[in-house]
Design a protein around this ligand. Structure first.
Ligand code: GLU
Length: 290
């Protein structure tokens, strides 16, 4: 069985959706047509008996457009206020759409402290297990309303990989406005070649992700996606980066078709989630505001 074929067997799947994949670029308003396809795709994964967790961005973008801002606000307090408004709106729509397919969504908001504090980490882990046992679909976001620099993940790419590690997921799918990994920045170099499968995520590849996706609505570029790939694959999960322009890509990935770039998981038993976040916090290299 090749690596793509093995994706058919995955049982616990995390799907991360970037803000740019959920909103209309011209207005920042939610793209309801796309959201409906997303919810149908995920409902069908549940119907196949798979555990599914969504890591959804979009709180700040949706809140900003709800209060009439053009683009995202710059100062932290406005962003946090927009997140509070937008997160509630986002969940209301997810709940409604999932209910149409007979499924139940659950909101899980996290900060770095949720992972570094042993009691919170254990509670979060147990809650995820229970939600999945109940057949609910957890929808995770950073708790932007209370997050400040020290306790922010900064981007949901990293958050989704940490959740994958926390709950022992076997597949993480990152959907964004990029097709996957290229040998160089395809916007600058017409000779850049697409990479279908990465079996070994070495330093050379990690360096290659320096350029960002160019999206003005999300916060993560290729570099944060490669960091996520490192965390996910080291935790034993496969990861696929694919374009979220058409959410039908989700079932194609799970059917083992060649979509996006696949990073093959290889568990490293010495990897510690807590040590990873602590070292990131002390070195100050956490993805912060952009
Ligand atoms: N947590 C932020 C939001 O929901 C987004 C972070 C990101 O886009 O990576 O708006």
């Amino acid at each position: 069985m090749n690596f793509r074929e093995q994706l058919k067997e995955k049982k616990r799947i995390i799907i991360k959706i970037g803000s740019s994949s959920l909103t209309h670029p011209e207005t920042g308003n939610l793209n309801l047509t796309k959201l409906e396809i997303l919810v149908r795709e995920i409902s069908d994964l549940r119907n196949m008996g798979k555990d599914v967790v969504i890591v959804s961005s979009g709180a700040i973008a949706v809140g900003s457009s709800a209060v009439g801002f053009r683009g995202k606000p710059v100062d932290l307090a406005s962003k946090q206020a927009c997140a509070a408004i937008g997160q509630a709106k986002l969940m209301m729509i997810y709940q409604k759409l999932f209910a149409e397919y007979g499924h139940v969504a659950a909101q899980v908001l996290m900060t770095k402290n949720t992972i570094t504090d042993p009691v919170s980490r254990e509670n979060a882990h147990n809650t995820f297990q229970e939600l999945l046992k109940l057949g609910a679909i957890p929808i995770v976001n950073e708790n932007d309303t209370v997050s400040t620099y020290e306790i922010r993940f900064g981007d949901n790419d990293t958050l989704s990989a940490l959740v994958a590690s926390l709950i022992d997921a076997d597949l993480l799918i990152l959907l964004s406005d990029i097709d996957g990994l290229f040998t160089d920045d395809p916007h600058q170099n017409p000779d850049a070649r697409f990479i279908d499968t990465v079996e070994e995520l070495d330093d050379r590849l990690l360096q290659m992700g320096k350029s960002t996706s160019g999206s003005s609505v999300g916060t993560g570029g290729m570099s944060t996606k490669l960091t996520a790939a490192k965390i996910a694959t080291t935790s034993g999960a496969d990861m696929v980066i694919a374009n979220g322009e058409d959410f039908h890509v989700i079932h194609k990935i799970v059917q083992g078709r060649s979509q996006g770039t696949l990073f093959v998981g290889k568990k490293d038993h010495s990897f510690s989630l807590v040590n990873y976040i602590r070292s990131e916090m002390t070195s100050g290299t956490a993805a912060g505001e952009r």
